[in-house]
Design a protein around this ligand. Sequence first.
Ligand code: 6PG
Length: 243
Amino acid sequence: MKKLNSEIKIFETPQELAEEFAAGLTDRFRMAVMKRTVFTVALSGGSTPGILYSVLAEKYNNSVDWRYIHFFWGDERCVPPDDLESNYGMAYSKFLSKIDIPQKNIHRIFGEDQPEQEAVRYAVEIMKNTRKHKGLPMFDQVILGMGEDGHMVSIFPSNRELLDTEKICEVAVHPLTGQKRVTITGKVINNSALVTFLVTGASKAVTLGKVFKKDPEFPASSVMPFDGTLTWMIDRKAGSFIK
Ligand code: 6PG
């Protein structure tokens, strides 16, 4: 069996975590710029990425040639882009509106469109604009949050079949609110070069302890990049049940 290439980093606060991740991420961006290659990132919704976006905008807006960086989303709530729930909306207001990046590099999910059709359109958008590995898109970086129920992107314990589907994007339904989402699937996540979970807060601690024991009930337990690297960046509160 292939050995999983993974790393865990624990921080005192979400702010420290976001600062360290932003520093590493922008180093990877600059490396791609030096080589004149495109770098593709799938962003996430959630509270910790929100802090990350502010750090990126404040500290790195002028230190990266953004023409080489392409932004995608791991999932989107089916709402218009100006809705407070929109993952694109959050990334745009906190970060993307504050950097000099060509519009064509921002590959958002159209949350306002018919979800099933949008899942098909977004799969084509990803295929066209990423490199391929084993016939699937290969993001250079996927950023993930984890919910208290162990979900990541919009793959919940109730729709774990999205971990193994052959499709690149699917429609998901939030198990509590019934809100529709468009999400990338498990195989696309595991085909990425680098997957990083950003997890903070005491409410995640019990689940995180179980995810580290590979409890299959939780979708986050299934993240094991086929040929890439997995990094967990967590704060001390979220990490209190990890041995
Ligand atoms: C979303 C997400 C989702 C999120 C987790 C963690 O759109 O809701 O992409 O997977 O990352 O729910 O969110 P928090 O960091 O806010 O706990």
